[in-house]
Design a binder for this molecule. Structure first.
Ligand code: BG6
Ligand code: MG
Length: 212
């Protein structure tokens, strides 16, 4: 096996929560009268909750105190969690599930490396509670992507050196994080056409030709 472990980003790779992040941020931004659209939303991919808020507030004339920022982020997260609560195992595609199962049957260890503090809730909603061998997420890191911490912790939790692990990402910040940690990165979506990406995936199951 060229890779003994595969570390997956969650949002945009295993499942598609982007639209919920967008809706929740949009509702919060509308409330405070700050312009927000899908193009700005694209900049939030892979970025932590507080860093996302800072990007949104670039359009605001008002200066918010740290406490007010916490309140805004909390408000967004409450709306976001209500949307996540509507997700079901039908939100996990057969292609993704079959590919994960096949990688596991080939002997790979599978991990999550996500900036999200809602990782466990999302995995539970889509029926993957307890599925992964290791989870590194927004609750165990102090530096968000493009810092490599979340992936380095995932490799550590798997008990594997970086060189044995492949990272799968949809965000440029995630590919940057993988590269900064010394990982090879497989990119899907926007990350597939990023020049720091080691492997370009047209579709998730292309991973089966990369990990062998
Ligand atoms: C990442 C998303 O997975 O998690 C980002 O791509 C998001 O858009 C980040 O900001 C943090 O998510 P959460 O769930 O902790 O607010
Ligand atoms: Mg992502």
């Amino acid at each position: 096996m060229n890779y003994k472990g595969v570390i997956f980003d969650l949002d945009g790779v295993i499942c598609f929560t982007d639209k919920y992040h967008y809706q929740a941020w949009k509702e919060m931004a509308d409330e405070i009268g700050v312009y927000f659209d899908e193009v700005i939303n694209n900049r939030l991919r892979g970025v932590s909750r507080m860093a996302s808020l800072e990007i949104i507030l670039e359009r605001s004339d008002k200066t918010y105190s740290p406490k007010e920022k916490e309140e805004l982020a909390d408000k967004k997260n409450e709306i976001y969690k209500q949307l996540l609560a509507q997700m079901t195992p039908d939100d996990l595609s057969e292609e993704v599930k079959n590919t994960l199962d096949e990688l596991r049957s080939r002997g790979c260890q599978l991990a999550i490396g996500s900036s999200s503090k809602n990782t466990k809730m999302i995995l539970s909603q889509i029926g993957l509670d307890g599925y992964f061998d290791a989870i590194s997420d927004g609750t165990n890191i102090t530096h968000s992507k493009p810092d490599p911490e979340v992936f380095l912790k995932a490799a550590e939790y798997l008990g594997m050196p970086v060189t044995d692990c492949l990272v799968v990402e949809d965000a440029q910040a995630g590919i940057d994080a993988a590269a900064a940690g010394g990982f090879d990165g497989a990119g899907i979506g926007e990350a597939a056409v990023y020049d720091k990406t080691t492997y370009r995936l047209n579709t998730f199951s292309d991973l089966l030709a990369v990990v062998k």
